[in-house]
Structure formats: structure tokens, C-alpha cells
Design a protein around this ligand. Structure first.
Ligand code: PLP
Length: 429
């Protein structure tokens, strides 16, 4: 992270502590909260699952973005995690926002953000939402079909439209192209219709699928976008912006992916073309850790094998913040946070290779059998009812898609920490 320091000082801040401090801060926050809860006397729901969110991690991801994708102005995809403090920090950092509904647009506007920083990136919009966007002055929006053009003509003829094109999303975690995107054999027709309707098409948008893993998908999409820019120029449009969507993961594949994308952007689009992106998970996935309480335990003795394993029931599951297992194809990794009186955060793992591992399966609190977080995992510790587990990397597509099934709460506390002084300074923390 050392090389991010110069960007940090460009942002007007100087101190840079890096990721090392994050673990300590997150651990302290988890420990002090669980140690304050007495499950035998606490009020209803006081032992509910909770998040620890590290705003410093979001800040670091922003610096990393600037370093590797300096030409692409990020418009954070609010859908991924509309956490108010994350939005506030990103607003201070000067990003734009990708909104997909009236509520998301409203949440961002209420923070005092100028409508020109928002793109309504949903090619198939609700009519009343389009009226709302028009009245709020959110002009940038995507489309990918003729009906949407007629709708825009009727409700918001001044909109600044981005034609979303189809991509090869076969190497992504969550595929989007079966639902959205105009194929290249329809783009000429759509642009001609837009011309006839006297609509203002200002750019091309694409999304290579959420959790993309093949940089070649970006190369092909950039080439296709160039083709559509040229088609538009032939029809007299003056396209000025390319939107490269989201799809970026925050792991070590980001740098090579960003290098390939940057090179194709430079090869196909001159510097005067504005480039924006819509990253979601990239910014937040690693910034949130969740702690869950073990509310029940069932012992499973196998007389034939002579083994004992345990089923642990937590107070959060796939109908709650672990919705990412179903919707986002994730496999959250359980770790022991508190076992009896011992707090094992970040230390419990050392014994994982010992021969005395105990087998567990981890379940959510609802009555449904589908509500399983992990069908098999192992800890060296004997975990009991009343202990706590934690899961890292729970920031993307988790709490935003939690339900209230079985009457469980769909909102959970977030304890905020900030491992970067630069971010604390921006937020006045
Ligand atoms: N933009 C659009 C239009 C999307 O549909 C999505 C996710 O579904 C995103 C951006 C965010 O994608 P990601 O979280 O992969 O960056």
C-alpha cells in the first residue's frame, strides 16, 4: 500500500496507516461488543448479529482505483450496499453514483449530491420513476430497447441517454446479459429511432457481469463500444462518454484486470472521451465483517463411524445478511469469535491444521431447510450455544437483500471503525 501514499496526499491528507491497523480495529470493535452482551439477561434482540464496517478499507479501495484506473471516474453502484456512511465517504471522495430506482436516487440526492453526479443505470425503468428523475434533474440514464426510447420521449425528452450494449458475461459470478444489453445487430436501428425521436444519446454503457474474472470480456466490450460510437457519429450524434459498468472484484485480480481495461480504453478512445464506471462490490466487499450469535446447537452422533459432529444455529442466515449465498453465489467462511470466555478473533485459525478438528454445519434461524450457511466446516474448538462466530468480506450484496422472513429483523447495527486517518479527516471523525 506504500505506493498509494502519493495519491493520499493528492487528496489533501497526509497520514497513511495502511491495512495493518484495520485488523486490530475490527477485532477490538467485535470483542468489545460481544463481551458487553450477557445472553442470559440481555433484552430482546440485543444479541442480534451485527456488522463492523471499516471505512478506511473503502478509502483504500478508492486510492487503489485511482492508481490503477485513473481515467475511469467511479460511480458507486448504490444497490451493492447503500450504507449511509459509505455513501458519505464516497461523496466526500468525489465519486459519482449509479442508482437503479427512485429510492436509491432519493437517498443520494438527500445527501446534497448534485444530480449530475448520478447515472440512473437501469435500462428498463418504471414510468413514475422516470418522471421523478426528470423532476429531480437526474439526466443521465441507460436504455437498451425501442420501448424505452418511446417512454423517454414521452416523459423526459431532455435525458442524456447511454445505449447499453450486450457483453460476453460468461466468466462472471452474476450474469446480467440474458436480461440487459442491445446486441450489435440492433444498435443502428435503436440509434436511428433515437434520432427520429430527437433524443440525446450521449454515450455507450456496458456491464461485463458482476464478479467478472476474464479481462478479455472488457477488451471485447470496449471494441464493441467503439463500433457503436462510430455508428452514432455516422448518424450525427456527438457521443462523449463511455460507461464501463461494474464487475470488478477487490482481490488481487483487480490490478491485471484494470491494466487490460486501461490499455484498451487508450487504444480505442481518445483522451477527450470521458470514461465512467459503476463499481459496486469492489468498494465494499472487504470492508464489512459480521458477527453472529450461536442460538442453538444439535449434537449429531454417528454410532457406526463413532464420530460426533454439531449443527450450529445462528441468528442470521440466507433470508438475512447471508442472502449473498443465494443471490451472489458466495461461500462465506465461518470463524470463531468467542468460545466460552475466550475471544479467538484472528487467532482461532492457528489451530486449524491440528488433527483434533471438530466438524460442524452452520444454519440460519428460520424454519426453512434451505437456510444453511455452511454444510461442512471444522474448528479446533468446541463451539457451544451462546458463543459467537464471525465472517469476513460481508460488505457486498448482503444486507441490501436481507428479508424479514419468519419475522426476523432485516436491519442490523453497524459498528463503524476507520483504519485510515485520511478517511477520518474527510468524515470529521
Ligand atoms: N451497474 C449495473 C447496471 C449493475 O447491474 C450492477 C450489478 O448488478 C453494478 C453496476 C455493480 O456491479 P459490481 O458490484 O459487479 O461492480
Amino acid at each position: 500500500y506504500k505506493d498509494l501514499q502519493s495519491i493520499d496526499s493528492n487528496l489533501g491528507t497526509t497520514a497513511y496507516h495502511g491495512a495493518g491497523k484495520a485488523k486490530e480495529l475490527i477485532g477490538d470493535a467485535l470483542k468489545s461488543r460481544v463481551e458487553a452482551i450477557d445472553q442470559d439477561t440481555c433484552g430482546v434482540g440485543e444479541e442480534d448479529a451485527f456488522f463492523v464496517g471499516d471505512l478506511g478499507e473503502v478509502y483504500r479501495q478508492h486510492l487503489r482505483w485511482k492508481k490503477n484506473l485513473g481515467r475511469v471516474k467511479p460511480h458507486y453502484a448504490v444497490k451493492c450496499n447503500p450504507d449511509p456512511q459509505v455513501l458519505r465517504l464516497l461523496s466526500e471522495l468525489g465519486t459519482g453514483f449509479d442508482c437503479a430506482s427512485k429510492t436509491e436516487i432519493e437517498q443520494v440526492l438527500k445527501m446534497g449530491i448534485d444530480p449530475s453526479r448520478i447515472i440512473y443505470a437501469q435500462p428498463c425503468k418504471t414510468k413514475s420513476y422516470v418522471r421523478y428523475a426528470a423532476q429531480a434533474g437526474v439526466k443521465q440514464m441507460t436504455f437498451d430497447n425501442a420501448d424505452e426510447l418511446y417512454k423517454t420521449k414521452q416523459l423526459f425528452p431532455d435525458a442524456e441517454l447511454f445505449l447499453r450494449i450486450l457483453t460476453d458475461d460468461s466468466a462472471s459470478l452474476c450474469r446480467l446479459s440474458q436480461k440487459f444489453g442491445a446486441s450489435l445487430d440492433t444498435t443502428a436501428e435503436l440509434l436511428e429511432l433515437a434520432k427520429t425521436l430527437e433524443l440525446n444519446v450521449v454515450g455507450v454503457a456496458f456491464h461485463v457481469g458482476s464478479g467478472a474474472s476474464d479481462p478479455k470480456a472488457f477488451v471485447k466490450a470496449v471494441q464493441d463500444a467503439r463500433f457503436v460510437f462510430d455508428q452514432a457519429a455516422d448518424l450525427g450524434f456527438n457521443m462523449h462518454t463511455l460507461d464501463v459498468g461494474g464487475g470488478f472484484t477487490g482481490d488481487q485480480s483487480f490490478e491485471p484486470m484494470a491494466a487490460v481495461l486501461s490499455a484498451s480504453l487508450d487504444a480505442y478512445f481518445p483522451p477527450q472521451v470521458r470514461i465512467i464506471g459503476e463499481p459496486g462490490r469492489y468498494y465494499v466487499a472487504t470492508a464489512f465483517t459480521i458477527a453472529c450469535h450461536v442460538i442453538a446447537r444439535r449434537t449429531v452422533a454417528d454410532a457406526t463411524l463413532g464420530t460426533t459432529s454439531y449443527m450450529l444455529y445462528l441468528n442470521d442466515g440466507v433470508y438475512g445478511n447471508f442472502s449473498s449465498i443465494i443471490f451472489d453465489h458466495q461461500h462465506p467462511v465461518p470463524r470463531v469469535l468467542k468460545c466460552g470466555d475466550d475471544v479467538l478473533y484472528d487467532t482461532g485459525r492457528s489451530g486449524y491444521d491440528t488433527p483434533s478438528m471438530i466438524e460442524y454445519s452452520i444454519w440460519g434461524p428460520t424454519c426453512d431447510g434451505i437456510d444453511v450457511i455452511s454444510s461442512s466446516c471444522a474448528f479446533p474448538e468446541t463451539v457451544n450455544c451462546g458463543d459467537w462466530l464471525y465472517f469476513e468480506d460481508m460488505g457486498a450484496y448482503t444486507k441490501c437483500s436481507a428479508t424479514r422472513f419468519n419475522g426476523f429483523s432485516d436491519t442490523h447495527d453497524v459498528v463503524y471503525v476507520c483504519s485510515e486517518p485520511g478517511a477520518s479527516a474527510l468524515l470529521g471523525l
